[in-house]
Write a protein that binds this ligand. Structure first.
Ligand code: MN
Length: 314
């Protein structure tokens, strides 16, 4: 997925203090015909570990609609992490990859120096679409790596009492995802099919984390969460308590704080306005290559106001 905003807008609300926990509320955004809950970046927090973008969309009935339709667009400096709770989405990119994704599977695209991709509902989509689109910022040493695409249909379960836990990025409770990562990271979905409560979700104290609900609701360390609310857990924690009624599911994302200021504009994660300017010019000149098999026009880059990018962000 892509942001179609001229800028990667930040989520809307100031944090609501809940027992000294920071809970922020998503901003609504549109990506094509899909309404998304945008939870990251935040005004006060551009990234959590290396995670720098969180969209949660659906569940949405896409029967008889175009569903997801994101034309070819470019990325640099990040990985896109696509995770579905329901439905199916077809990915195509400028490396020639073509991959349908379904719930419980991971599509991981490393943009690195640059890649273009398109994502769309297939011609005969599953009737309900529900998922998350996440970006991982690449650290300085790796942000210009060669672009790559991975699909992982088999991902490990982690032992978290009561929850069926799938680790799609990094490591949790001794279970390691096979997906390529460039900095210390965790990404997992925890599903409480029959209702669950545990006080021992293991966290790494050198990581910061966020937790959000994708289905149902949950109580995490005393914060009651519904979809669209993002709980931030700072470094220094050894574990979290989680309880959730039957049928609920949560996402846990975290990692070592990146410690690098990010400059995000449109679909680019960079450090300087010059890099953004160069990537935008390259996209307009066809420098990212063609997304084969996609019928229709690529996404035009929005107008770039370099002076605005140069202003320090508060
Ligand atoms: Mn994208």
């Amino acid at each position: 997925m892509s942001t179609v905003d001229a800028d990667v807008e930040i989520a809307g609300d100031d944090p609501v203090p809940v027992l000294d926990l920071e809970v922020t509320v998503a901003r609504q955004a549109r990506v094509g015909d899909i309404t998304v809950r945008r939870m990251l970046p935040l005004r006060q927090r551009r990234s959590v570990g290396p995670w720098c973008f969180i969209d949660h969309y659906g569940p949405q009935d896409v029967d008889g609609t175009t569903g997801m339709l994101v034309p070819p667009h470019p990325h640099i400096g990040l990985q896109t992490v696509t995770w579905l709770v329901a439905g199916n989405v077809l990915h195509r990119d400028s490396l020639g990859s073509e991959q349908m994704i379904r719930p419980g599977q991971l599509n991981l695209m490393t943009a690195g120096a640059g890649i273009a991709h398109a994502e769309e509902s297939p011609e005969q989509p599953d009737p309900v679409l529900h998922g998350v689109q996440l970006w991982v910022a690449l650290p300085e040493a790796s942000r210009r790596v060669a672009p790559a695409f991975e699909h992982h249909a088999e991902l490990p379960d982690a032992a978290v009492p009561g929850f069926q836990t799938t680790v799609f990025m990094g490591e949790l409770a001794g279970s390691q995802s096979p997906a390529t990562a460039f900095s210390p990271i965790v990404g997992a979905e925890l599903s409480a099919a029959g209702g669950a409560a545990t006080s021992s979700v293991p966290l790494r104290p050198d990581y910061e984390h966020v937790v959000f609900v994708v289905t149902g609701r949950a109580d995490v360390d005393g914060a009651v969460l519904a979809p669209g609310q993002l709980l931030y857990l700072p470094t220094g924690r050894q574990r979290a308590s989680m309880s959730a009624p039957a049928g609920s599911s949560l996402m846990l994302l975290g990692g070592e704080p990146l410690g690098e200021p990010l400059l995000m504009w449109w679909n680019f994660v960079a450090r300087t306005p010059e890099e953004i300017e160069a990537a935008t010019a390259s996209w307009r000149e066809g420098g990212f290559g063609e997304v084969g098999g996609y019928e229709g026009e690529p996404m035009p880059a929005p107008d770039l106001d370099v002076a605005r990018l140069r202003r320090p962000r508060s």
